[in-house]
Design a binder for this molecule. Sequence first.
Ligand code: GDP
Length: 327
Amino acid sequence: MTGKRALITGVTGQDGAYLSQLLLDKGYSVHGVVRRSSHAGIFDHRLKWLGIADRITLHDGNVLDLSSLARIVQEVRPDGVYNLAAQSFVTASWQQPVLTGHITGLGAVNMLESVRMLKPDARYYQASSSEMFGLVKESVQTEATPFHPRSPYGVAKVYAHWMTVNYRESFGLHASNGILFNHESPLRGVEFVTRKVSDGVARIKLGLAHELRLGNVDAQRDWGHARDYVRAMWQMLQQDTPDDYVIATGRTTTVRAMCRIAFAHVGLDIDDHLVIDPALFRPAEVDMLLGNAAKAHAAFGWQAETSLEAMIQEMVEADLARLRTAG
Ligand code: GDP
C-alpha cells in the first residue's frame, strides 16, 4: 500500500471505473463522489463489471453542490483529485445547455474551490476534451491549437479548462488538464457512436435486430481505448510541474470505417444493415478530430497501446456476451 488517497468525481462512468482499477492496482485507497438517487440507488454497474465495486469508498455528493465536495475533501484528505464528472453526451448538451454548463463547467470550479480552500497541496486532474477544438483550426491538434467548440458541452469544457489553468497560475495549485480525444471501451454508454455500433452489430448478429441507424457517418474521430487513457491521467499527476497534455492515438477514422470493422468482425456486410437517419445529424458538427500526443510522450512516455481494430472487436465481443447472457 502506498497509503495514498485518490478522490474521483464521475467514478461510476467509463473513465472513473478504469481509473479506479488502475489506482487500486497501484495501492491507492480510492474514494468516489456519487449522486444518490432515491429510486435508482447507485449506478455502479461498471465498477461491478470490473469486479472492484466493494473496494471503493463512495461518498454522497454532487459537483453542483460545493458544500458536499468540501465535506468530502475534508473527510478524505486526498493526495490526488480527478474531476471526471460531466454531462458528457454532445447531443444531450443541446437539449440541456444550462444544466450542461452547470455540471461540466461550474462543477469543475466547485471541485477546484474545494481543493484550493481545504487541500491546496492535492494534485488536481481536469478532464478536458478534444470537443474543445470543434471547428478545427489545424488539421492535427496539439496543446497549442486554438479552441472553437461546437456544442454547449464543448463550450462548458473550455470554461473548465481555463479555470483549471487559472487556478494553477493564480493559486499555485498542481492542476493539470488532460485534453483527451474520444476514448471508448465496453463500458462506454450506448448513446456514444462506437458503443451504439458494437451493441447494434451484436444485436444483428444474434437476430435481435436487422438494421443499425446512424447519423453523419462521414465524421472522423481519433478513437483510443479508455484503459490506455486513464494511465495518462495518473501520469500527469506524477509530474513535478502541472501542465496540459493532448492524449490521442494520432490516427483518425470515419464513423463508417469504424462501423465496417465491427460488421466485418462478425462476418456481416455493412451495406445490408446500415441505415442513415437524417434525424440523427447534429445542429453543428465536429467534422474531424486528430490529435498529436507528442508532448505527453516526451514528458512521461505515454502512447496509445490498443489499436482501433482490437478495441472495436473487444467491444463487439463484450456486447455479444452480454446479450447472450441476458437472453
Ligand atoms: P463525440 O465526438 O463526443 O460527439 O462522440 P459521439 O460518439 O457521440 O459521436 C462521434 C461522431 O459520430 C459524431 O460526429 C456524430 O455526429 C457521429 N455519429 C453518427 N451517427 C451517430 C449516432 O447515431 N450516435 C452518435 N452518438 N454519434 C453519431
